[in-house]
Design a protein around this ligand. Structure first.
Ligand SMILES: NC(=O)C1=CN([C@@H]2O[C@H](COP(=O)(O)OP(=O)(O)OC[C@H]3O[C@@H](n4cnc5c(N)ncnc54)[C@H](O)[C@@H]3O)[C@@H](O)[C@H]2O)C=CC1
Ligand SMILES: O=C(O)C(=O)Cc1ccc(O)cc1
Length: 361
């Protein structure tokens, strides 16, 4: 019998989950506070709108905003007394605490968090491959049954994600550093650009684009995430503020007098510490993050053709973030799908066309 999954919240994440699971043969039903979101998710192939005639789901995935996640989880545990319920909110301890406080059946609740997303919200931004090759954290609480944890892992893996199991607090401390602080940093850096004259903005290079991509994120969502994980985020922000202040003082000292003993050491250490931290980020794995743009080049099935393509990409000074090769059926060509940062995709298309490649979006 096909596993029945009910998705509550048909935004970016819920719709993407529905699309991925439907493609894998799960029977997915959809609900949302907004009927338009449900209709859109259905049109995108995420599943069928839930109706009173449906059989009870085996698993409910709550993909509603963080500030309502716990209450929706409680409602779903009550509505479906034998279903396993998970939520995908970006913080886990607060949701678990709130579900526990409501007196719900914790044996059937297992929080989780896909470490994949986009800086855009809503069903329109959903992608069936959003979780492909990404990590999905599963956080069973002390009362969760092993069966419930296994069901949630099965759902996460069916979307193409790799699961890791962690306690809620351990998860929250980790995401405070790897997700929540980066969001604050990106937003604050991008905010510096707001009043910059156009002539200065014209100088924006790849560095500022890399650092600020997620500054496009939804303020409502992130206010809820930072409030919901405040206990773990605050100490990370304190350490960041202390480091920033040290660099600020050193640079101010250098501005006041060129000798400024010790100041260069402080600056160099900050940059070197950044190198050490950056070197620890695990490499890319799985398919290209959906945030990349793809440029498709037709590659003749001839020795050295691919090498020439890579050479041309490299000569343009463009970093290839990922690559997929499709082999043409019935033709002596292959299709090289080049994933690059969206900001350089148009230039890559122009450069490759100019060099004689047949290029497609
Ligand atoms: N955006 C991202 O990149 C990621 C988000 N998450 C988590 O996923 C959850 C959903 O986020 P997104 O999909 O980005 O948000 P979204 O804003 O795209 O979608 C949220 C959906 O929930 C619906 N909704 C609101 N209140 C509801 C309620 N009481 N009952 C049912 N539906 C309700 C909204 O109408 C909307 O369609 C959040 O908890 C977020 O923390 C997790 C990983 C990544
Ligand atoms: O856009 C990106 O790169 C992200 O990392 C998105 C994201 C946003 C919120 C999460 O809780 C998890 C992932």
């Amino acid at each position: 019998m096909r596993t029945r999954v009910h998705v509550v919240g048909c935004g970016l994440i819920g719709t993407s989950i529905g699309m991925a699971l439907s493609r894998k043969g799960f029977q997915v039903t959809l609900s949302d506070a907004s009927p338009t979101a449900v209709a859109l998710a259905r049109d995108l192939g995420a599943g069928m709108p839930a109706s009173a005639a449906d059989a009870a789901p085996d698993v409910v995935v709550v993909a509603a905003p963080p500030d309502v996640a716990a209450s929706v989880v409680v409602d779903q545990l009550t509505a479906y007394p034998s279903a396993v319920v998970t939520d995908v909110a970006s913080m886990k301890a607060k949701v678990l605490d709130d579900v526990a406080e409501a007196g719900a059946d914790l044996t059937r609740y297992v929080g989780s968090h896909p470490m994949a997303g986009r800086e855009r919200s809503g069903a329109v931004a959903a992608r069936a491959d959003l979780f492909e090759g990404r990590t999905w954290v599963v956080c069973p609480g002390p009362a969760s049954s092993p069966r419930a944890a296994a069901e949630v892992e099965q759902i996460a893996r069916a979307t193409g994600a790799a699961t890791v199991t962690m306690g809620a607090e351990e998860h929250d401390e980790a995401v405070a550093a790897v997700s929540h602080l980066p969001q604050v940093a990106a937003s604050l850096v991008a905010a510096r650009l707001r009043d910059l004259p156009d002539d200065a903005l014209a100088l924006c290079g790849q560095g500022v684009r890399d650092v600020t991509r997620i500054a496009e994120s939804d303020p409502m969502l992130w206010t809820q995430i930072l409030a919901g994980n405040a206990a773990a985020v605050a100490p990370v922000l304190d350490r960041m503020a202390a480091d920033l202040d040290a660099v600020r003082q050193a640079v101010s000292a250098l501005g006041a007098e060129s000798r400024a003993d010790g100041a260069r050491g402080v600056v160099a250490k900050a940059i070197a510490d950044g190198q050490l931290g950056h070197a620890r980020i695990p490499g890319k794995h799985g398919s290209a993050p959906t945030a990349y743009a793809t440029v498709i080049a037709v590659v003749p099935d001839r020795a050295g053709a691919l090498a020439r393509l890579f050479q041309d990409v490299g000569d343009a000074g463009i970093n290839l973030e990922d690559l997929r090769l499709e082999h043409g059926v019935g033709a002596q060509v292959g299709l090289a799908e080049l994933s690059v940062l969206p900001a350089v995709a148009e230039r890559l298309r122009e450069v490759l066309s100019h060099k004689g490649w047949s290029v497609h979006e």
